[in-house]
Design a protein around this ligand. Structure first.
Ligand code: ADP
Ligand code: GLC
Length: 487
């Protein structure tokens, strides 16, 4: 059994702002049958401490980053957690990163340095009877852990950093260095220095034994200036240690045959039943029941996600006979744009502002098309949910979107392998053209049904990718896994 500690700032179903939580919530279960025991170190936000079903204090740290803290080992819904209970850092309402004013907490550097430091201490055997062999660190929030391992007192623990989104780098002022409890050599050797400040993600990418990102295409993209956001040089140097491992989805949480958030469950052989969900969706978004395709969006409303382009294409989409329902929150300008479109096109465009897990399932189960017009997309999960739910993805050809959707060009339609519509480049013109192609495909009923079914049968589970992570851990430890011959 390989012992891995996953280090993360989010985990579904306890605390989620995006796909990171879905991934960290699903990986432990996917790895368990592969001889990997994964526990998760997570900050003790109220949403976490309040949900612990069982809990045991396994370490007391009276003087910890300017306050008292303890570690609580416990379980929630099948997840094995180690909760960093540090009220002075985490006992705050709402979002894990932002205060009530919508701004980043100003001590985020300290809150997440504390997370990385604790991971390192656990790697050194802080808790009797528990000794992780690998620290699997997610995004910048866990980025300092490999730096502590590399520069503080030596420990044999191996480190992996997974980049879920290189746009978020955790860049803070150098004046915080002394409070990090990080050996001064980390400063002098430039490991954590980034543009004159401290770079949490940069530190992780520099110091970890292995690096991964969440799709093969994104693993290439982030080594280029167009997508690397300043870290491309470092990643080119570490290209041999960088692996693109595609995200999977939790096929129990996301199962149209069993989903309680749907008005009507269905499977690949009964897609006509989706009509019941479509009707429910029309009601929720106050749309009419005209026959054209219903385009759905479930997304953060940001530039990354191409949501400004979506706003600009809404009139065209309606003119082509489509309808649009958007569930999301984000940039005020995009929100206003969507409200405007809904007002201009009553019954045709609906916008629900906010975050609603249940409604996100209904969109997947009732809309005809799942739109993901991202400018960049490390992996993307909503197109995978779309595939599984027969909500045909319309996506831009970037990152994980390019790796997971097969475009319905005539050859692919002919061969019966198409699963969606892929457009490029990520511009408004190309998106409109993608919408046009989708509307035409939707009118070819047989072709559409076939594409829908094909998508529902695509492999979107964690099975293959969990094996890749298990192999990666084993390689780092110089071990051979028993079922390797299967690959
Ligand atoms: P990202 O992590 O970049 O936001 P992903 O596609 O990987 O993108 O994951 C987004 C996750 O968040 C999905 O599970 C999606 O269903 C969910 N999500 C996004 N916006 C909303 C919303 N407004 N309401 C409910 N779920 C949402
Ligand atoms: C990030 C990315 C998204 C990815 C998710 C989970 O939030 O933006 O593309 O699917 O992480 O890895």
């Amino acid at each position: 059994m390989i012992e891995v500690l996953s280090v993360t700032s989010e985990i579904y179903p306890l605390v989620k702002t995006g796909g990171l939580a879905d991934v960290t919530g699903a990986l432990p279960g996917a790895l368990a049958p592969l001889g990997v025991s994964m526990r998760t170190l997570i900050p003790g936000y109220p949403a976490v401490t309040g949900r612990l079903e069982t809990g045991r204090v396994v370490a007391e740290m009276p003087d910890f980053f300017d306050g008292a803290a303890r570690l609580i080992a416990g379980r929630v819904g099948g997840l094995d957690l180690i909760v960093l209970d540090a009220p002075h850092l985490y006992e705050r309402p709402g979002n894990p990163y932002l205060g009530p004013d919508g701004q980043n907490w100003e001590d985020n550097w300290k809150r997440f340095a504390a997370l990385g430091f604790t991971a390192y201490e656990l790697g050194r055997g802080l808790v009797d009877g528990y000794r992780p062999q690998v620290l699997h660190c997610h995004d910048w929030q866990a980025g300092l852990a490999p730096a502590y391992v590399a520069f503080n007192a030596p420990t044999p623990v191996k480190t992996v950093v997974t980049v879920h989104n290189i746009a978020f780098q955790g860049h803070f002022g150098w004046e915080n260095f002394n409070a990090l409890h990080l050996d001064f050599r980390a400063a002098s050797e430039g490991a954590i220095e980034y543009f004159g400040g401290i770079g949490f993600l940069k530190a992780g990418l520099q110091c970890a034994d292995a690096l991964t990102t969440v799709s093969p295409t994104y693993a290439h993209e982030i080594r280029t200036a167009a997508y690397g956001m300043g870290l491309e040089g470092l990643l080119q140097n570490r290209a041999n240690d960088l692996h693109g491992i595609l995200n999977g989805i939790d096929t129990r949480t996301w199962d149209p045959a069993r989903d309680e958030a749907l008005a009507q469950t269905y499977s690949a052989n009964s897609t006509h039943l989706r009509d019941v969900n479509r009707t429910a969706l029309n009601e929720r978004f106050e749309l009419d029941d005209s026959a054209g395709p219903l385009f759905g969006v479930v997304s953060r409303l940001t530039w990354q996600k191409g949501m400004d382009m979506l706003v600009d294409c809404a009139d065209g989409l309606v003119a082509m006979g489509g309808k649009l329902c958007v569930l999301g929150a984000g940039d005020p300008e995009v929100e206003n744009g969507l409200m405007g479109a809904a007002m201009r096109h009553p019954g045709k465009v609906g916008f629900i502002q906010g975050y609603d897990e249940g409604l996100s399932h209904l969109v997947q189960g009732g809309a005809d098309v799942m739109m993901v017009p991202s400018r960049f997309e490390p992996c993307g999960l909503t197109q995978l949910y779309g595939l599984r739910y027969g909500c045909v993805p319309l996506v831009s050809r970037v990152g994980g979107l390019a790796d997971t959707v097969i475009d319905a060009n005539e050859a692919a339609v002919e061969a019966g392998v198409a699963t969606g519509v892929v457009f490029a480049p990520a511009t408004e013109e190309a998106l409109l053209e993608g919408i046009r192609r989708t509307v035409h495909l939707f009118a070819r009923e047989k072709v559409w049904k076939k594409m829908q079914r094909r998508g529902m049968k695509s492999e979107v589970s964690w099975e293959a990718s969990a094996k890749k992570y298990a192999d990666l851990y084993a390689n780092l430890l110089g071990l051979k896994r028993d079922d390797d011959q299967d690959d």
